[in-house]
Ligand binder design. Structure first.
Ligand SMILES: C[S@@+](CC[C@H](N)C(=O)[O-])C[C@H]1O[C@@H](n2cnc3c(N)ncnc32)[C@H](O)[C@@H]1O
Length: 370
């Protein structure tokens, strides 16, 4: 994890050029499918297009939205995960507010009157008794903050701390598997929280625009007047599952302290059902229609779609779907591929080579400059 100083962040915000090389972005969360490693590629390809307002419709870690913000675009983000929304409220929408040292100290106070959900369900599952007590107390202290970006910063930082402290930052297995000699496991949760607050604080900056964060199922998202819409949906693939809720249920639950979510006590991981977050992208049969619907809805905007090989719909189908709503479709391929080991329940333990593509669909009036 590279920590970036505020002066570095400001420097980039002041750099007006769309083709500027990207310094390593602050990694707000460990996130499956994050595009943080290919931001250079994405923004190089977008640099020839004229646009001012942007919707990052599946914002996830917030890495792409943050890069748009640095380029002084008017950025809106959306994701149906609350913990993604908390990150975007904290560092995309928020342009000024930071957690000061006094607030940071207050957030760490142990509370006898704290709620007990983390201790009740998760003790020795992901964290020790002390760590669970810290998280319960932290939540009580967050609730005492007046509504402000400080609250969003604190929640985003708490989620990041939990992910840093737990192996791979995902909550699909319990126990100590994966807890090795890495530094992250030598730092206690408390200190991870303090580090995370500092990281988020440093990431806050004003790009002079009116940015906003939303937390909706994209199929119900009504606003359409964006110059450019960036779509990075979870593609369906036979080789891996794309269930974000199953992986991140603990931080998602904590980010709203399990409000309206019922933990399934019969599960080893104490997760809640993914059915609380219905999405057409979880099934091959519904994903294509959903994408068609989004392409039609955003037909007035430049539509930019991130795509990995191995996914459905396949490349040719995706291209013809975009050609129905836009005059031209450019397909760019990222300069590197990466491999991932697929899940045990999928077809064998082979390694898969994945290519990352960017589809850019536009009309004559939106043509790029040469
Ligand atoms: C591939 S990830 C996006 C990664 C992101 N571009 C980044 O760089 O971190 C896909 C995201 O889509 C979100 N998602 C899935 N179905 C959704 C839906 N119906 N509405 C809104 N968000 C959804 C998931 O929560 C996940 O964050």
């Amino acid at each position: 994890m590279s920590r970036k100083s505020l002066s570095q962040t400001t420097l980039i915000a002041d750099n007006h050029s769309d083709s500027a090389t990207i310094s390593k972005p602050p990694l707000f969360t460990k996130f499956m499918g994050s595009k943080s490693a290919i931001l250079d590629f994405i923004f190089d390809k977008l640099s020839k297009f004229e646009y001012d307002s942007v919707l990052d419709a599946f914002s996830g870690s917030g890495a792409v939205a943050y890069e748009f913000k640095k380029r002084r675009k008017e950025v809106s983000t959306n994701d149906f995960l609350n913990f993604s929304y908390e990150i975007c409220k904290a560092v995309i929408e928020n342009s000024r507010l930071k957690i000061d040292e006094q607030q940071l100290a207050a957030l760490q106070t142990a509370r006898l009157d704290a709620p007990t959900t983390v201790r009740d369900y998760f003790e020795e599952i992901y964290f020790t008794h002390e760590e669970c007590y810290f998280l319960d107390s932290l939540w009580a202290n967050i609730c005492d903050m007046r509504p402000s970006y400080g609250k969003h910063l604190a929640i985003a930082a708490a989620c990041r701390a939990c992910q840093k402290r737990y192996p791979r930052g995902i909550f699909t297995v319990t126990g100590n598997k994966g807890r090795d000699h890495r530094r992250d496991f030598k730092i206690d949760l408390h200190q991870h929280f303090v580090n995370a607050v500092r990281l988020f604080n440093e990431a806050v900056f004003d790009n002079g625009r009116n940015n906003g964060a939303y937390c909706e199922n994209i199929m119900n998202f009504k606003k359409t007047n964006f110059d450019l819409v960036y779509l990075d949906p979870p593609y369906w693939s036979p080789l891996s599952d794309n269930d974000y809720v199953r992986r991140y249920h603990f931080v998602e639950g904590y980010s709203k302290y399990w409000k309206d979510l019922k933990i399934d006590e019969n599960t080893k991981t104490k997760k809640f059902s993914s059915s609380y977050y219905p999405t057409p992208f979880s099934r091959r049969e519904t994903a294509t229609n959903a994408l068609n619907e989004l392409f039609e809805r955003f037909a007035e905007s430049i539509i930019v779609v991130s795509y990995s090989s191995n996914s459905f719909p396949d490349m040719d189908e995706l291209r013809s779907m975009l050609e129905k709503v836009k005059d031209e479709v450019k397909i760019e391929v990222a300069p590197h591929t990466y491999s991932f080991a697929n899940q045990g329940h999928a077809v064998g333990r082979i390694k898969n080579k994945v290519h990352e593509y960017l589809f850019i669909a536009y009309d004559h009036r939106q043509r790029p400059s040469n």
